[in-house]
Design a protein. Structure first.
Lengths: 324, 324
């Protein structure tokens, strides 16, 4: 079974990489920027280069589907870089190509707030893609960087699907019909994403789940089944949003960056400010087998389980990561 | 007569500073950033420090009304720093106070495009002030940095007036009733600005004038009279937007920054891409006397001419530039 996770952001360590190997994870899209500037992002890539050097027996950088398959053959987990915000390109469209050369394959056009490109899901109003945003979408299409709208607002997302000449992704979110979080996606978005050949990665982050950390595997797999009916079984995958071993200061950074003088609690609250507890059937990267089994138990065919667990992401990577 | 110009952006030189002295200009708000990052803006301040050192007999930095009056007494033109964009504070509200300490007294919340704070006047849609924008307005109010909406869109401007606890400015723009440019301001904005105690600086930039470079002094002064009736004679001043001796590459930078891969011509066009010609009655800083005379000829009283030429800006500076 090929297993690909459409998004993780963990406090990377040898023990986490060992869990990935134990869980049979062949490839993971990792976040390397939330609010970082260009230079700060280069430093984060530098940190990853050190990890590749130190743990080259377990992980390797991956920028194409063929590199991914080579990593699998060598028994390593391939790592794909992505941004959850457009902050690394600052005000400069030409940084899109530079970051692509450095291995970045996904960029969210916004992260919760209004960005220079698009609106985030926590803003009161959403005017859609900006003038700069239209330029950047064209450039991302040209070089082969995937537009990710996981944390973007509805109209911006629909416009990105429309404006982009290549299919886009929502790497880590769930349908609103499953849990009505601001971060989850409406039926309209899910249908438009599927019709345009895009990909939805299902999130295991408790704030995106029905009943939070108490969501059962069966409930999760029921949602996957319902979404497959809505958008097609070829357009869905896993995007766990697993944030393992992170300090609370990290979720504070993700939510507040440098923009908020008062504390913003994001999906949490003042009485529940830290990281939420993971469902016990998916608390680390050894647990991908639980999801595959859950999908089988729900009634998915072996072929479809393979699609959801990795083959759909592989096909999407094949057509998305190189120049148009 | 006290003479204050609410905005200039020239290719600063000794001959320009000498013209300012000859024209009796006591104080000028100068632009030190359009698209610059924090560090690039610090370099621009460094360049200004060199100018102050080299031409200290003609100019000096000014951060308060009392410093302005001292400069006048010493026969110098006081220079107030301002940004035409929020790019220098990047994503960090705490840079507002740092730049205030360095002498910055005005910041536009957006420049033509969507910013992290507000919408620019050339975007198709305007959702108003963003989440980050609300934080920054509070911080600007606290430290005494004036919110300038000269290049912002309508709803963003009205919301800034509403959200700001201190009066704001439109340092360089004209009423739409005079010339219907996207950069000019509607009756609604002008009335709200006046009622809130804000200031409008009238622009001499040809794209903001009726008949462009051929606008007559009498037509300009008629507009000043009409605006005075609409918003009160205490809330208007000059904000010439004079851009003297600048190369065409500079207006290209202002319009395109690093955001546009295709050429954006802003208020110009492909056949008229460079700097426009100034009206002959206001082509440099020796010409402030022409405006004062034109206002008198239009029928303004001596008191009101003094208000428009400088006293209104002085009163506004007195109440705006220090901590609340």
């Amino acid at each position: 079974m090929l297993t690909i996770d459409g998004l993780q952001y963990s406090n990377w360590s040898r023990s986490i990489f060992e869990q990935m190997r134990e869980g049979g994870l062949d490839c993971v899209h990792v976040t390397i920027a939330y609010h970082e500037t260009c230079q700060e992002t280069l430093r984060n890539i530098g940190q990853w280069n050190k990890l590749f050097e130190q743990h080259g027996d377990l992980i390797c950088p991956v920028g194409s589907a063929s590199e991914l398959l080579k990593a699998k053959q060598e028994g390593k987990t391939g790592v794909v870089f992505g941004f959850q915000n457009c902050s690394p390109i600052e005000d400069d469209y030409s940084l899109v190509e530079i970051f692509h050369t450095l291995g970045v394959r996904f960029m969210q056009l916004s992260y919760n707030n209004q960005s220079l490109l698009a609106t985030g899901c926590y803003e009161a109003k959403d005017p859609g893609i900006t003038r700069f945003g239209k330029q950047v979408i064209r450039e991302m299409n040209r070089v082969g960087m995937v537009i990710d709208m996981s944390h973007s607002a509805e109209l911006s997302t629909l416009e990105a699907i429309e404006l982009s000449e290549r299919p886009i992704a929502i790497t880590h979110a769930n349908p609103v019909f499953f849990e009505s979080a601001l971060r989850n996606k409406s039926d309209t978005v899910i249908k438009a994403l599927g019709e345009s050949g895009g990909m939805l990665g299902f999130s295991l982050y408790p704030f995106h789940l029905k009943n939070g950390p108490d969501c059962t595997l069966a409930e999760f797999c029921q949602m996957v089944g319902d979404a497959a009916e809505m958008m097609g079984v070829d357009h869905i995958g896993i995007g766990s949003d697993l944030c393992q071993d992170q300090a609370n200061s990290v979720v504070e950074w993700m939510r507040n960056g440098r923009w908020s003088k008062t504390t913003d609690f994001g999906e949490g609250s003042s009485s529940n400010a830290g990281w939420p507890r993971q469902p016990d059937w998916f608390s680390n990267s050894t647990h991908y087998g639980n999801i595959a089994k859950g999908l089988t138990d729900h009634g998915f065919s072996d072929d479809d389980v393979e699609k959801v667990m990795g083959k759909n992401w592989l096909r999407f990577f094949e057509s998305s990561f190189s120049a148009s």
